[in-house]
Design a protein around this ligand. Structure first.
Ligand code: C2E
Ligand code: MG
Ligand code: MG
Length: 686
């Protein structure tokens, strides 16, 4: 920064000789011939040093410099005067209005060096002030101690952070702030570093006046005298409580699932790796479990993501309750969970945990006012029998889980080496399903429903089949859940519905006698927003009367979100379509709801029919269902009738219609047409 000097004298020749003298010093020199003029210049310019004559007409030098002091206290003020004015000048010096005075005539050399000194003084003062400002306003706490550790000064931030005022701190030892969290070693190392390198920095826990312990980032620097002795220590510190909390939060987020607060994949993998190292060293057994919720997608699609999330939270809670303290349960994502049992004595231990989990799921979960019955599919793999690496164990537990899924879920399987083929096959099937429709690999079969009073085929159920190019015929029980998960069910379902309507219309036009065709709707189809439009399109495309179409919806679907479902059923019903509740008895229907559903037909699940005549309670259940359905003016269809005895029983109970292998398996269209022509042989129904 340029050094600026103001010269004030009423005699112009003095101003010019001073200017000449000082020009080589490199100052920017301003001149004024009176105090007033000088003040005006000070108002406008940034001036460091003022040299003024004492004797001037209106305003003396002392008067001028006194008002300079008042208005521009930072300037260094010098007066030039004769000895005669000595008294006034000394007085001004004593008041601090003047820094120095020179006598006229002056000694050139002395004046020059003194002015240099004046500028240095000005700069020093300014620097000090800036430092002081930093000291006072910085958010870092500053504490200065002498070489013996006695606190000499502290800044306001010190007080803000520690709670101790300057008065309380000064004269004390920094031990005042010790939290007791660091041991002697810690402080010894600190002192070593200070002695060796003159500085130390690091994290330290200190105690505020309030007693609260907090973390700070501290750096201490030693200050040395010219002779190399430590004279002081300067400590700078910031409170890092918030930073620490954020770090902890970030670390938590990295290792835990936000929704359920269970450990996430990352943490699980780390723990698994550690557990395997330990298991190997100690030669003990460990288990990895894979758990996936059955039909979670259906629930998520029908009740919405919010309910889905709540369900996952509830599941996490049940899983946590089922495991031992030393075990770990993690959420891998979606509805997939994993468990680690780091030490087990025998495989039976894993059985026990799996049983406990299944037990935990047996009671319904209350979500958004719905009582949801959710079941898990579990797969278990053991270290070292089923794999020695984390990857192998995870893969095999996953395979075992798929095996459970394939068998309908709500159970667990221990991994077996023969399972691998099935899992690979499932993957292939999932891929191929995408192109099954375009490649015309899907085919519809029809299974007759026979009216027990007349012995006539009154209806038939449409059942889809998939002719896989390599795997042959694949059952819908395998690929419909896959189609649900992937969303392919929407296009497949639309094709089934339209094709079934077209087929029945063609048969009716050809003079075949049958009242209806029934088509299954899955959860995702039932909840699609354009369901009504899709059904209308199928009817108008085929020109089939709505009364000739029946839609089957499983009990499980209608029981979730009952109010919305009743509305949807009512809209379908208003179109003239018939509605059936499929697989009745397997879910958790409340009979009181049944009354409110605008349906026509109840299809009793074949699980109940199977056990008729085997001295089970099922007979009683079946007759109760039939009686109740008739009470509600519903038509009852029994599914899965295979034997004459079952038929006889159903007939006695007044069941309206039956469907099952006893009369006919599901048939391709041409065979179904033949059957419609011939009718059911009379002795079969008799
Ligand atoms: P569902 O609607 O309950 O269909 C009845 C199932 O029972 C059919 O199995 C049928 O072949 C079988 N069945 C009939 N009579 C007997 C019998 O006497 N004994 C035995 N053991 N089984 C019998 P399928 O065709 O394998 O279909 C299984 C399920 O797949 C169906 O159950 C239905 O939920 C679903 N499904 C089939 N086709 C479609 C479709 O086009 N769309 C949708 N969304 N689901 C379908
Ligand atoms: Mg059905
Ligand atoms: Mg059924």
């Amino acid at each position: 920064m340029e050094r600026t000097l103001l010269l004030v004298d009423d005699e112009p020749h003095i101003l010019s000789s001073l200017t000449r003298l000082l020009r080589e010093e490199g100052y920017q020199i301003l001149t004024a011939t009176s105090g007033q003029q000088g003040l005006a210049l000070l108002d406008r310019e940034q001036i460091d040093v003022v040299v003024s004559d004492q004797r001037m007409p209106q305003m003396t030098g002392v008067e001028f410099l006194s008002s300079v002091k008042e208005r521009f206290p930072h300037t260094v003020r010098i007066v030039l005067s004769g000895y005669a004015d000595f008294g006034a000048v000394t007085d001004a010096i004593n008041r601090g209005a003047i820094y120095k005075f020179f006598t006229k005539p002056w000694d050139d050399e002395l004046l020059r060096t003194n002015l240099q000194e004046a500028f240095q003084r000005f700069e020093l003062v300014r620097k000090n002030e800036q430092l002081l400002q930093v000291f006072d306003s910085t958010i870092e706490g500053i504490m200065i101690t002498d070489a013996g550790g006695v606190i000499q000064s502290v800044n306001p931030a010190f007080t803000t952070i520690t709670g101790y005022s300057a008065e309380e701190a000064i004269g004390n030892n920094p031990r005042l702030l010790q939290s007791g969290r660091q041991d002697r070693d810690f402080y010894q190392q600190m002192w070593h570093a200070l002695a060796d390198k003159g500085e130390w920095h690091g994290e330290i826990w200190n105690r505020r006046k309030s007693g609260e312990i907090y973390p700070e980032w501290l750096s201490i620097t030693a200050i040395y005298s010219d002779t190399g002795h430590t004279t002081q220590y300067v400590s700078l510190f910031i409170d890092i409580t918030e930073q620490k909390a954020n770090e902890a939060k970030i670390e938590h987020q990295a290792y835990y699932d936000t929704l359920t607060d269970l450990p996430n994949r990352l943490l699980f993998n780390e723990r698994l790796a550690l557990a395997l190292v330990k298991a190997q060293r100690m030669q003990w057994m460990a288990a990895v479990m894979f758990l996936d919720l059955d039909r979670f997608k259906t629930i998520n699609d029908s009740l919405g993501h919010h309910a889905g999330d709540q369900l996952l939270v509830a599941v996490a809670k049940r899983l946590r309750a089922a495991i031992r303290d030393e075990d770990l349960v993690a959420r891998m994502g979606g509805d997939e969970f994993t468990l680690l049992l780091p030490k087990i004595n025998s495989k039976k231990d894993a059985d026990k945990v799996a049983d406990k989990i299944l037990q935990g799921f047996s009671a319904p979960m209350s979500i958004d006012g719905h009582a949801l019955h959710v079941t898990p599919s579990i797969g278990i793999a053991f270290y070292p029998d089923d794999g020695e690496s984390a990857e192998a164990l995870m893969k095999n537990a996953d395979t075992a889980m798929y095996c459970t899924k394939g068998e309908g879920g709500n159970h667990y399987h221990l991994y077996q080496s023969t399972m691998n083929g099935e899992a690979v096959q499932r993957l292939a099937v999932e891929n191929d399903l995408h192109s099954a429709l375009e490649r015309h690999e899907l085919e519809l079969h029809y299974q007759p429903q026979v009216d027990l009073a007349s012995g006539e085929i009154v209806s038939m159920e449409t059942l889809v089949r998939w002719h896989h190019p390599e795997l042959g015929l694949i059952s819908p029980t395998h690929f419909i859940p896959l189609a649900e998960e992937t969303g392919l069910i929407l296009s497949i379902g639309e094709w089934v519905l339209t094709s079934a309507c077209v087929q029945l219309k063609a048969w009716l036009d050809a003079g075949l006698m049958v009242e209806r065709v029934a088509v299954n709707l899955s959860a995702r189809q039932f909840h699609r927003h354009d369901l009504i439009a899709m059904v209308e399109a199928a009817l108008s495309h085929s020109k089939l009367a709505p009364e000739s179409l029946e839609l089957e919806i499983t009990e499980g679907i209608v029981m979730n979100d009952v109010t919305a479902n009743i509305e949807m059923l009512a809209r379908l019903k208003a179109m003239g379509i018939k509605l059936a509740i499929d697989d009745f008895g397997t879910g958790y229907s409340s009979l009181s709801y049944l009354k409110r559903f605008p349906v026509d037909t109840l299809k009793i699940d074949r699980a109940f029919i199977r056990d008729i005549n085997s001295e089970s309670e099922d007979e009683a259940i079946v007759s109760a269902i039939i009686a109740m359905a008739h009470n509600l003016k519903l038509r009852v269809v029994a599914e899965g009738v295979e034997e004459r005895a079952q038929l006889a029983y159903l007939k006695r109970q007044g069941c309206d219609e039956v469907q099952g292998y006893y009369f006919s398996r599901p048939l391709p269209a041409d065979e179904m047409a033949k059957l419609l022509q011939q009718g059911i042989q009379a002795e079969k129904t008799g």
